[in-house]
Write a protein that binds this ligand. Sequence first.
Ligand code: LLP
Length: 384
Amino acid sequence: MITQEAIKAFETIHTPFYYYDMDLLNKTLQIYTSLTNKYGYSAHYALKANANPKILSAIQKAGLGADCVSGNEVALAVKSGFPAEKIVYAGVGKSDMEIKTALKAGIFSFNCESVPEIKIINDLAASMGKVAHIALRINPDIDAHTHKYISTGRKEDKFGISPWMFEGVAGLFESCNNIKLMGLHFHVGSQILDMSVFELLCRRIEELQGWFVEHGYPIANINMGGGLGVDYINPGEHPIADFESYFGVINKNLKVRPGQTVHFEPGRAIVAQCGHLVSRVLYVKIGQRKKFVILDAGMNDLIRPALYQAHHDIENLTSQKRKMRYDVVGPVCESSDKFASNVMLPQTKRGDLVAIHTAGAYGQVMAMRYNQRDIAKAYYSDEL
Ligand code: LLP
């Protein structure tokens, strides 16, 4: 929750802006790492969720590695102090230049998503006199029961290597001397709150790795990906994701073989709740059937509601009046530039400050300059 002290400080800041509660981030990291330490798991933070330098620094200091999906993310992770041996790199379309960046850095693992990609990584590694450590990103054909745009583990999704491609992969291993198979990687989707999805994934992993072991390819590490969801409806009640249930389910259901290490790639669950998009009300427009709160923040600042019909809790930080029903919209010239329909907010007027909560993950990183709008700046609780 945003303190009264912070709200006072907001009065002098140009809106819209992102506000990060660093105490909450550090508390989240502390709980997360106490559990990964307890179970002996390794974690690589998914930079794509939020790559602000201060956020990365806190996460790196907490001891997490980095999960990257582009050459620039790999370079940023290295620059931000993440040790190369804790960096993993996934993505269906790694360019030659990006692969070379990661080879030069000497990362822990390329999470490979297709047979042709493995061949190219081998050839580029050979040309640089290196051996690339790889994991196969497997498509386990699991429905994560989340929004279709953030489901990644069904066989019709573009991600990963499907079981019917395993023979082809094995054929490659015979002829490629500059790759070393270290692990299997899985990531079935994002914002997953149904723990049975992770339970099912654990069972599928056991079945799928059986194929590799039987064919003489021992698997040194299993990477479970990210995906744990957070509470967008009641962020104040659940500011920290349910890491305990999540790791409990995995510890109970994942059969870890002797000597094997287990890895995770959390993004949203680490940073979502510590971030808020703070905006000022420009106008309240009273229609015949609707009342519109028009903010100075738009879909270019936070695209999740427009792109995934995502719900974000909205709070009027400066009014305690009687509640009324509003649609909360932005200034961008698109009807999809809407943060919420029919929400109850205290009676709102021009100049009120509004916070859109749970915006720390996939908020600022997905901002764009549509309509030539400025990119919102970031402010941090320990610097106000
Ligand atoms: N690992 C891989 C390979 C991924 O593709 C992702 C996210 C993660 C880890 C981190 O997943 P998380 O723990 O954050 O669920 N923009 C969308 C989310 C896209 C997720 C993409 N992949 C949103 O705003 O909901």
